[in-house]
Design a protein around this ligand. Sequence first.
Ligand code: CUA
Length: 313
Amino acid sequence: MPHLQSIIHPAGIQAQRISDLWWTMFWICAVVWVAVAVAALIAIRRGRQGADAAASQWTITRNVAIAGAVSLVALVALLFQSVVVGRALDTLRSPDALRIQVTGSQWWWDVQYDNPIPSLRVTTANEIHLPVGRPVVISLIATDVIHSLWIPNLQGKIDLVPGRLNELWLQADKAGVYRGQCSEYCGLQHAKMALVVVAEPPEQFERWLTANRAPAPAPATPEQQRGKEIVERGPCAMCHNITGTLAGGRTAPDLTHIASRSTLAAGSVPNVRAYLAGWIADPQSMKPGNRMPAPNLPAEQLQAVLAYLETLK
Ligand code: CUA
């Protein structure tokens, strides 16, 4: 499924307002540009004909005054619309909003769906699911450096700052799969800090949420069982969490339902077995500088781990 990332295909009310502002600016500036170009061409032509000497001082003053007044009106109009849109972007607030916390780290996104009952909270990574038509408030924080969340089809950018909680309100009005990315340079793999946003009908979203509340499914074959043991007892569990198992690390993406996600390494590659194998065998070749050391598993152990991870739907 292609992931759309475009400011001119708004899929929510906020992005629609930003898009309208952009087109107003585009057309006003286009008209000004054409007017200036035409005036310059006329001036060049008249200059060659020696006609300028005939223009009176009064004509020149009048033309400058008209150009100045038109520019002033255009700039004030743009400023006015810009302020109106800026204020409107913050008007979605609703007590019924879905609350999500997104934490940015070098170079991935931790995503938590809030719930007053702790056991009903859902943790995932690098993929956000949203119900269409419902306001969403995303609380944002960073653990290391400043990042910035940008989902162009849905909203403008907002920074994730260590030690400071920011909030972003948005609403998806059209179902679809959108691509978001980090838009503040945050180190070596800034370009590979993307995320997938899936906007879906509310019933479908609820099904997804319920499925993600469940602990990891139990292994069904001896190979999967062996893979689970390697994950639990090996280096994986130091950083990764898989709910329902002994793996309880919190410093790397949650893997409880890794197989249900569409990408690996924060939107870097599709989530298919070949890439997953390549990633675990040598994470530094796919995304140099990332925080995952190679676990150096023998081939047979790697196959067992892959077989297990693929069951984590
Ligand atoms: Cu995170 Cu750029």
